[in-house]
Design a protein around this ligand. Structure first.
Ligand code: NAP
Length: 481
């Protein structure tokens, strides 16, 4: 089954940082796939911009190579690749200089949607926004897309918001969190708000606890030095995990529209209690032969965490008493992202002591194999009395909707949302600031108590302390397979 394509108006999309890793690996291959699906209309143009000196043909060659490198051969249809490369152009621009802007202005067409994707370091956001505005390249209805990291604390996030706000209105700013573009994350909203089944149970009375896991098998590798200034809390918790938590915990918005959704997410962040020192565990993978965080970070004294687990409490009527456990890390046993909602036991078992109760768990898998399963108790078939067993009501999207279902990558969906002018899946400035406002004291607490991350073996499920965080409460993490 091929995903239904919703047409958009022809557009001019300028990608700053078009020669960089993100543009070559995600943005341009994503745009090619949308072109192949017929979603990018004729008359649209994609303009690369960076300091590297090259002409349009040089850029087309670079993009052609990127498509070969980052897309499966089966997706590369020669004619389609050629026609896609035709709509590309390139301008040499230094974000902080004066050259190239007039040329860029000359390439923009009058009656087209204009979007500017800033796939560059955040330190350049203000410089680019200023020049786009002052040179009349961006208009009131143009859109500007910015990448993470959106600040490294509340102060820097506020400064970034302020510098963008000097030239663009909030309804023009698209702060990307690619987790929100994942099919399953949106399905979480469909499951919650398009079914009567779950919502009555979606509260502290029926939910025992929630687990959110984002596990990676890779280490920090070549990005060690950069990562060492960030760590798992800044890199994953402040943005992606906080967004997932908001979508699970938020109240139903009155409409599926950008501000209604974001208002509700903001309320969740504001209702988060400060995390207690005993309810956070940080770790670092420590192995031999270079498979070691300190070696990869190039910093033998590093106290930056490559793993974090924490227990969070939301102080509102819906969730008081239901803990949310978050864990994320690098060099773990498996690459798996999932949300698991564990429901409470029935108040009374009519089947006697011999039957061991297993909880009902709703698992939402973000990767790999996007899908959901609901674990329910059934009777084991055959004679021998009433023996219970827990099985999964499994819904793999690929199986349920057809093996050849073409699920667009998160970036593809999000870029098309920018062109459509739909901000629902993008973070609003106050949301980002609220998330930093919650994270900042956590980071300060770590700093003040001189916390040293607990070592864990590469390929394990994380440090011992993370297991204890659950065991203390008589619970356990779901297994990383
Ligand atoms: P990168 O590989 O270092 O690329 C940076 C790009 O910016 C290059 O095209 C570079 O080209 C251009 N650039 C640098 N200085 C410039 C200037 N003064 N004026 C104009 N262009 C300039 O970085 P990246 O990995 O693609 O990341 C880009 C942004 O996305 C960063 O904010 C990063 O944090 C974020 N991000 C990246 C990833 C990822 O997977 N890579 C994931 C999430 C977020 P020239 O040298 O030719 O100018």
């Amino acid at each position: 089954m091929v995903a239904r394509v919703i047409p958009v108006d022809p557009f001019d999309l300028v990608i700053f940082g078009a020669t960089g890793d993100l543009a070559r690996r995600k943005i341009l291959p994503g745009l090619y796939r949308r072109w192949k699906e017929g979603q990018i209309p004729e008359g649209s143009a994609i303009i690369g911009a960076a300091r590297s000196d090259m002409d349009a043909d040089g850029f087309r060659a670079l993009v052609g190579e990127a498509l070969q490198e980052f897309l499966p051969v089966a997706e590369l249809v020669a004619e389609t690749v050629a026609s896609f490369l035709e709509i590309l152009n390139y301008v040499t621009i230094d974000a902080r200089g004066d050259g190239g802007w007039a040329e860029l202005a000359g390439l923009m067409r009058k009656d087209k949607v204009r979007a500017f994707y800033l796939s560059v370091a955040p330190a350049l956001f203000g410089d680019i926004a200023k020049r786009l505005k002052e040179r009349g390249i961006a208009h009131r209805d143009s859109r500007i897309v910015v990448e993470k990291p959106f600040g490294k604390d509340l102060e820097t996030a506020r400064a970034l918001n302020a510098s963008l706000a000097s030239y663009f209105h909030e309804d023009q700013i698209y702060r990307i969190d690619h987790y929100l573009g994942k099919e399953t994350v949106q399905n979480l909203m469909a499951v919650r708000f398009a079914n009567i089944l779950f919502e009555p149970l979606w509260n502290a009375q029926y939910v025992d606890h929630v687990q959110i896991t984002v596990a990676e098998t890779v280490g920090v590798g070549g990005r060690g030095e950069y990562y060492d200034h960030s760590g798992a809390i800044r890199d994953m918790v402040q943005n992606h995990m906080m967004q997932l938590l908001c979508l699970i915990a938020m109240e139903p918005p009155s409409r599926f529209d950008p501000d209604a959704m974001r208002d509700e997410k903001l309320k969740v962040i504001r209702a988060l209690d400060p995390v207690a020192p005993s309810e956070i565990v940080r770790g670092q993978y420590r192995g031999k032969d270079g498979d070691d965080y300190l070696t990869e970070a190039g910093n033998p004294d590093s106290r930056t965490e490559s793993f974090v687990a924490m227990k969070l409490h939301i102080s509102n009527w819906r969730w008081k008493g239901t803990p949310f456990y978050l864990r994320t890390g690098k060099r773990l046993r498996s690459r798996a992202s999932e949300i698991a909602i564990t429901f409470k036991e029935p108040p009374h078992s009519i089947f006697g002591e011999s039957n061991q109760w297993r909880e009902n768990v709703l698992v939402i898998r973000l990767q790999p194999d996007e899908g959901m399963d609901l674990r329910v108790m059934i009777k084991e078939p055959g004679p021998g009395g009433m023996r219970l067993k827990d099985v999964a009501l499994d819904m793999s999207f690929a199986e349920a909707l057809g093996d050849d279902l073409d699920i667009p990558d998160a970036y593809e969906r999000l870029i098309m949302d920018v062109i459509r002018g739909n901000q629902t899946l993008f973070m609003r400035g106050d949301e980002v600031e609220a998330a930093w406002g919650w994270v900042d004291p956590v980071l300060q607490m770590m700093e003040e108590r001189g916390d040293v991350p607990e070592p864990y073996e590469p390929g394990s499920a994380g440090p011992e302390g993370s297991l204890m965080l659950m065991h203390r409460d008589g619970r356990r993490w779901r297994e990383m397979r």
